[in-house]
Design a binder for this molecule. Structure first.
Ligand code: ZN
Length: 104
């Protein structure tokens, strides 16, 4: 079994701990779903220490297994949105953003 297949299999298995769906939109587990970190703990692997994302994701899986409260299962779109949300630094920025979205 290739590394990618192994990762796919293990992610699918672990996704069951999260009802196999995206935390935000409830879309059923599928391609490009990620275990998004809510917080990090000591001893976790760093993304920068890995040559590719498959190796990194495989290294993180034991942490998902050990403590699912550390993670959220998100689809690709909502993972991006959650990461992007961090670029909004305060309420003033958030209000301007919401206003911008409603301008006609
Ligand atoms: Zn989603």
């Amino acid at each position: 079994m290739s590394k990618k297949d192994l990762l796919k299999k293990q992610k699918k298995q672990l996704a069951k701990k999260f009802k196999s769906r995206c935390y935000v939109c409830r879309k059923p587990f599928g391609k490009y779903f990620v275990f998004h970190h809510i917080y990090y703990v000591d001893g976790e692997p760093f993304y920068k220490d890995f040559k590719d994302s498959t190796d990194y994701q495989l290294a993180v899986l034991p942490f998902v297994k050990k403590n699912k409260r550390q993670f959220l299962l998100l689809c690709k779109a909502h993972h991006h949105l959650v990461e992007w949300r961090r670029s909004i630094k305060d309420m003033a920025m958030w209000r301007r953003f919401c206003k911008a979205g409603k301008m006609k």
